[in-house]
Ligand binder design. Structure first.
Ligand code: NAD
Length: 393
């Protein structure tokens, strides 16, 4: 099959196996060149197939030499249809890990479910005994709880409507968007999906099954961002969920005395989830331009490797005064934010190509699905069926 990108708004419905493999291979090379002294050796990554979770898995394996179990929710390919990008990423990661003598196994299914938690615990107990680190990196639009209730998350403000610039990803024009406030119920449901409840459920289940070390470390991810994005992010419905994630990190550390739980505040990056948030793609395009000009731009693998090399330590972690790990330190630098704001205030449809890195935005977007990777022949016939060696469904 010759696989081309098929986009609909901020979604690409196809993915390229060779491209995904190349991008995973590049991430592995980066992690191999940045070794960490952090002693994690048996790492569970929940939401391991894309974005920050995939890079956390690569960095745990190749910077720290850890065995990894990944929980993913992806679709395999057939002769007629490519797999999801996360499937190809995971197949490639397992292939490289096996060749390099690193243990890597994967569970495919809904991480929110009791069934997948149990399957993961069974695999940990059989193969690793206990895990010493849990990375929680789910980004999901909905969650079905054990009683069958389906909760959906929304990306809205919480008090009043908010109007600001945005980029229309159909034609890269600058337009205005008005985001309406969420109802109290919508906020509550967003917290149910993207808050820390399921993270706590995982740690409780692992502890009850004696499948986690007493002094394990666990990390979940958050975002704070600058004022431009506060109404839609930090003070919006998703921000309420992130406050819950932070409170959960404190609650986990209190409830399980040896376990150290952290919220890591990461940089804004193009991922499948962030492309869905109004205002944010334009902010990211401008941020990329400013940070690349200053030679301080990072992608997911640079961020995750830095988490292991600079932020996590065997006797604690480098945090801010609130106890948060700050991988957004470069993004939030005063000089960076000042330049971003200046560009934000003046950008128009005519200037967006020059004053922002919209091309870099799109390269990263297509890269999420294995397209536009250097050295891959996209005209070649490829087999869309690419097995994940260890998959448990
Ligand atoms: P992503 O969409 O790239 O990855 C999310 C992962 O979760 C994917 O592997 C997906 O398959 C998996 N997943 C979703 N639902 C699942 C389910 N039910 N069961 C199992 N797996 C499931 O997202 P991302 O941007 O990497 O987000 C990960 C975390 O990082 C989120 O908490 C997000 O808020 C946070 N974060 C993202 C950014 C950013 O700019 N992208 C910045 C800071 C923090």
């Amino acid at each position: 099959m010759i696989i081309k990108p098929k986009t609909r708004g901020f979604i690409c419905t196809t993915a390229h196996p060779e491209g995904c493999k190349k991008i995973v291979s590049d991430q592995i090379e980066y992690a191999k060149a940045h070794k960490s002294g952090f002693g994690c050796k048996k790492v569970l990554v929940i939401g391991a197939s894309m974005g920050y979770g995939l890079s956390a898995r690569v960095a745990a394996a190749y910077s720290c030499g850890a065995s990894t179990i990944g929980v993913i929710f992806d679709k395999e390919g057939s002769e007629k249809r490519p797999a999801s990008a996360g499937w190809y990423n995971t197949a490639a990661f397992e292939e490289f890990a096996a060749a390099d003598g690193l243990y890597a196994k994967t569970i495919n299914g809904d991480a929110f479910s009791t069934e997948i938690k149990q399957k993961t615990i069974d695999l940990i107990k059989k193969d690793l005994g206990k895990v010493d680190m849990v990375v929680y990196s789910l980004a999901a639009p909905r969650r079905t709880t054990a009683d069958g209730t389906v909760y959906s998350s929304v990306l809205k403000t919480t008090d009043s409507s908010y109007t600001n610039k945005t980029i229309d990803l159909k034609d890269n024009t600058i337009t205005e968007v008005t985001i309406d406030p969420a109802t109290a119920e919508e906020v509550e449901h967003t917290v149910k999906v993207m808050g820390g409840e399921d993270w706590m459920d995982w740690i409780e289940a692992l502890t009850a099954a004696d499948a986690i070390e007493e002094n394990a470390v666990t990390v979940a991810f958050s975002y704070l961002g600058p004022e431009i994005t506060h109404p839609i992010y930090m003070n919006g419905s998703i921000g309420q969920a992130k406050k819950h994630v932070f409170a959960t990190s404190k609650a986990i550390s209190e409830k399980f005395s040896g376990i150290r739980a952290y919220t890591s505040v990461n940089k804004a990056l193009v991922t499948q989830s962030s492309s869905a948030i109004p205002v944010v793609p334009l902010y990211i395009s401008i941020l990329y331009k400013v940070m690349k000009d200053k030679n301080i731009h990072e992608g997911c693998i640079e961020q995750m490797t830095r988490m292991f090399t600079d932020k996590l330590a065997n006797d604690g972690a480098v945090t801010d005064e609130n106890g948060m790990i700050r991988l957004d330190d470069l993004e939030m630098r005063e000089d960076v934010q000042k330049e971003v704001l200046d560009i934000w205030n003046s950008v128009t449809s005519e200037t967006v190509k020059n004053v922002s890195d919209i091309d870099g935005y799109w390269k990263d977007f297509f890269g999420l699905f294995g397209f536009e990777a250097d050295g891959v022949d996209y005209e070649a016939d490829v087999n869309p069926v690419y097995d994940i060696a260890s998959i448990t469904e």
